[in-house]
Design a protein around this ligand. Structure first.
Ligand code: NDP
Length: 453
């Protein structure tokens, strides 16, 4: 397995893939560790999870640089990602016990009845490269606190991050086998999913990967949580404060160099403010600094792999061929590395790729609508339903509008984000199940009913 620096095309390092027998040993080890780990107290898990937060902070620069090298994340954003991972560890260290308290049921009879939340066992997590630390910690922190153990199959282009995360838990004092990175190809996951030692599967990634993994897990009657792609609408109503809205629009689209499932991708703008929005938005998108992700001032780095850049460019070209007008960007940068510039497409046809597919890079599609009703229709006219935001000067109007979104995470006057304190996940082809908050930690547990007569 090789990691390639997408800013230069140079090979950083190579890693031996695990053999079948090493994977087998890892599953044995996970099973043995689970038997002991499930019996540990919340206080003990809390201490170790707090240690994990400390390890992350102590090594922030090293982990941030690793992400920057392996997948091109601008260094400042990489540091924030590590900080956020420390936060989710602390959040669950503090709240896991409360989220998993026995729930005493109402007095329907004279019996004492309650629900207890018990861990399931080794959970396989198939994870993507775009937030190579955060996506993994978002899974690992609640699950380890709940008494499960984790098996990570990370994306093939970030093996260094996969190894480093395993090391975080080891250094924090978690027992061997509590969290293991399987350095393996996606083809080998079918056998792992089939294996009876693996009790459940979670995947964050593309829709095809989600379908393949869910189908396999379903055939084995194993529970899955899927966090797949999105094509989030960013709806600008006629009373929005344009200056702030435009800044947030660019931030929503360009975060992580455009490679985020919850990035704003379709900008749906009321006709009364459309011209002004487009003019300011193009200016704002153009002002973001594209460059070497290791430079402190860089805001947009390279795309994580050359093939991903090619895929994005094809979507942009096909959208222009279908009739869209490209107001900014639209061509890969003429320099070393997989760099794509901030791009703005207007007059985007509703059946073109930028309208119907997930664009995983810094390309924005802008649509003009006559009224609120049309805005909501267009916002919901997507096979995805992950996040959505609406921008308005009237909060009640915003809340009313947000209730109409067909999406899992809806925001008024804020860019869609994942925060440990609130549930995160989608509907439609964006997946199912929830991560984070109480909902997240209760996904992979046996909600056991106990009735005492
Ligand atoms: P993938 O969905 O293919 O990869 C995500 C993870 O799934 C990786 O660990 C990958 O392993 C694994 N995987 C893929 N197929 C299978 C399978 N059949 N069985 C088991 N595991 C599998 O994403 P890509 O990297 O190819 O990116 C393609 C597109 O996916 C992006 O352009 C974007 O649209 C979307 N995407 C969405 C993400 C999100 O956060 N929602 C994150 C990443 C991508 P391996 O790397 O070894 O193939």
């Amino acid at each position: 397995m090789e990691s390639i620096n997408p800013a230069t095309g140079e090979r950083i390092d190579s890693y031996e893939e695990h053999t079948e027998s090493e994977i087998d040993d890892a599953l044995d080890h996970a099973t043995e560790t689970f038997a002991e780990w499930r019996e540990t107290s919340f206080a003990h898990r809390r201490t170790l999870m707090e240690n994990a937060a400390d390890v992350l902070r102590e090594n922030e620069e090293q982990y941030a640089s690793l992400m920057t090298e392996e997948m091109g994340k601008p260094i400042e954003q990489a540091r924030s990602e590590i900080e956020k991972c420390a936060w989710v560890c602390e959040y669950y260290a503090e709240t896991a016990e409360e989220h998993l308290q026995d729930e005493v049921l109402g007095a329907e009879s004279d019996a004492h009845a309650f629900v207890s939340y018990e861990p399931l066992g080794p959970v396989l997590a198939v994870m993507p490269w775009n937030f190579p630390f955060w996506q993994v910690f978002r899974f690992a922190a609640p699950n380890l606190c709940a008494g499960n153990v984790g098996l990570l199959k990370h994306a093939s282009n970030v093996p260094g991050c996969a190894k480093a995360i395993e090391e975080v838990f080891r250094e924090a004092g978690f027992p061997e086998g509590a969290f293991t990175s399987l350095l393996a190809d996606s083809d080998e996951m079918n056998d792992v999913i089939d294996d009876e030692r693996v009790k459940a599967v979670t995947l964050t990634g593309s829709e095809p990967a989600g379908r393949a993994v869910a189908e396999r897990a379903g055939g084995n009657l194993k529970k899955t949580v899927l966090e797949l792609g999105g094509s989030d609408p960013f709806v600008v109503l006629d009373d929005a404060h344009l200056e702030e809205t435009v800044e947030k629009a660019a931030q929503g689209r360009l975060q992580n160099s455009g490679q985020s499932c919850i990035a704003a991708k379709r900008f749906i703008v009321h006709t009364d403010v459309y011209d002004e929005f487009v003019e300011r938005f193009v200016e704002e998108m153009e002002s973001w600094t594209v460059g070497d992700p290791g430079d402190e001032e860089t805001e947009v780095g390279p795309q994580a792999r050359e093939d991903l850049l090619e895929e994005l460019h094809e979507q942009v070209q096909d959208t222009v061929d279908a009739g869209a007008d490209c107001r900014l960007g639209g061509e890969p940068l003429d320099r070393e590395g997989a760099f794509y510039p901030p791009t703005v497409l207007v007059d985007v046809p509703e059946d073109s790729p930028a309208a119907t597919e997930e664009t995983f890079g810094p390309a924005a599609a802008v649509f003009e609508v006559d009224d609120e009703e049309e805005a909501l229709r267009l916002a919901n006219d997507s096979s995805f339903g992950l996040g959505a935001s609406v921008w308005t000067g009237d909060l009640e109007r915003g809340e009313r509008f947000a209730r109409g979104f067909e999406a899992g995470c809806c925001f008024v006057n804020e860019v869609v984000k994942s925060d440990p304190r609130v549930p995160f996940g989608g509907v439609k082809n964006s997946g199912y199940g929830r991560e984070l908050a109480a909902e997240g930690i209760r996904e992979f547990v046996n909600r056991k009913t106990v009735w005492v007569q």
